[in-house]
Write a protein that binds this ligand. Structure first.
Ligand code: AMP
Ligand code: MG
Length: 415
């Protein structure tokens, strides 16, 4: 049986990027950049003032104080967007607005709060060293430099940079279309009539949500009953997509036909099991046409966790992303965590900042059918194969569960 690391490696060896497409800047957030982006300008284009105040020569005000202010003649008023006409000489100052160009001759800006004026002259009450409150030309962007790199995730700041360098359209990784298929006679489809004796299909919807939030385009195939012909038809339909995730039917149950059907379709399975908890019957293969297929165990928590661990990096690679994996954070374990040796366990935890540090606490009972233990969870606490417990206060690593995470109190209240 492969370890989790070996399985991730094998999966990624067989995954290729899905190609690229051009999208409008308006649609670029959440996509993965597929080109390097260069700056067509210096930004700021010249030294600008960071404050409303006076542009002066630092030499002129080096002895200034409240009692003995430096008195300078105002020679100009410089607004944001207008160019200075004068060079500041000894004994002179220019009134300057935030974002306005610093005039020749001046080497510092004194904020208006440290001055007083009658309109003709300005009194400066404090010295100010060279360069104070001046934003240097090109400190944000330098013309000709690569400012965004292929493989980066486009987030709001990246969108802002695209706008700054006038990229109205941008090349991004094409979203893989991923088929979602559930299997099982016991399943009740979302649109089927309520039957208290049936098991509601949750996995299709969990997986669609995970796919969408990972940047893929989910395609719902639906439920295949535990019959070979039905499974075969639905799998063939699913294999037309860029990738397939199928849940259920991969364990060793008598009616678990997924394995058999997969073999009959000539899919080259790279492995059938992984030393992971929850979800060791996780299987992965490649169809004859090169379509990857992820066969996830049916229990809802196993499905979700195996997706996070194995499918997320694969989707990220298909998107052309540089960072393939969910963020890992170091935590302190809160409360004792019991486990069995032999498999890497991904336990559902909430993460809290406490005086003891960043503490991860189990969300509740960890059964692989208890999807409610993932509701409200922030992360998966990793208990390595060789451990059968973690003690309260032990340090450990968590893999964050989702891209966006929120808490009840503002972060500043924790400073
Ligand atoms: P299986 O892997 O098919 O043996 O299923 C293992 C467990 O997961 C069984 O209790 C199934 O009822 C449950 N299960 C399988 N598929 C789904 C699904 N799509 N949604 C919710 N539970 C499921
Ligand atoms: Mg089943």
């Amino acid at each position: 049986m492969k370890t989790v690391s070996e399985a991730i490696k094998t999966v990624l060896e067989h995954i290729n990027p899905c190609g690229t497409e051009e999208v409008s800047i308006f649609d670029s957030a959440g996509r993965v950049l597929a080109e390097d982006v260069y700056s067509n300008r210096d930004h700021p284009p010249y030294d600008v003032s960071a404050m409303d105040g006076y542009a002066v020569r630092s030499e002129d005000i080096k002895d200034a104080s409240k009692e003995h202010p430096a008195v300078l003649r105002i020679v100009e008023d410089i607004m944001a967007g207008s160019m200075p006409q004068k060079t500041i000489q000894t004994g002179e100052a220019a009134r300057i607005m935030t974002g306005a160009p610093v005039p020749q001759g001046a080497d510092t800006v004194v904020r208006v709060e440290d001055t007083d004026t009658d309109g003709t002259v300005v009194k400066i009450f404090t010295p100010s060293s060279r360069g104070t409150d001046i934003r240097r030309k090109g400190e944000n962007l330098r013309e000709g430099e690569t400012v965004l790199h292929r493989g980066m995730d486009i987030k709001p700041a990246e969108v802002g940079i695209l706008a700054m360098v006038k990229k109205k359209t941008v090349r991004v990784g094409r979203k893989p279309v991923v088929a979602v298929l559930s299997t099982g006679d016991e399943l009740e489809g979302l649109d089927e009539e309520f039957d208290p004796l049936k098991i509601p299909d949750a996995n299709s919807y969990t997986l669609m949500a995970q796919l969408a939030l990972t940047g893929a385009e989910p395609e719902l195939i639906g439920i295949a009953r535990d019959r070979k012909d039905e499974l075969r038809d639905k799998l063939l339909q699913a294999l037309k997509c860029d990738a397939v995730v199928v849940s259920g039917g991969v364990s060793v149950g008598h009616h678990d036909f997924v394995k058999e059907t997969i073999k009959e379709l000539g899919i080259d399975m790279k492995f059938w099991r992984v030393a992971i908890r929850p979800g060791h019957p996780f299987a992965f293969g490649i169809s004859q046409e090169g379509t990857p297929i992820f066969a996830l165990p049916g229990n809802p928590v196993s499905t979700l966790v195996c997706f996070e661990v194995f499918v997320v990096p694969a989707i990220r690679k298909m998107l052309g992303a540089k960072r393939l994996f969910r963020k890992a954070i170091k935590v302190t374990v809160g409360g004792m965590v019991k486990d069995k040796k032999g498999r890497t366990n991904f336990m559902r935890v909430r993460i809290e900042n406490t005086p003891k540090g960043t503490v991860a606490r189990l969300t509740g009972r960890q059964g692989s059918g208890i999807l409610m233990n993932v509701v409200g969870a922030d992360a998966l606490l990793i208990v390595p194969e060789e451990y059968d417990r973690l003690e309260d206060g032990d340090s450990a690593v968590c893999q964050l569960l989702c891209i966006q995470s929120f808490q009840e109190r503002p972060a500043v209240s924790e400073v």
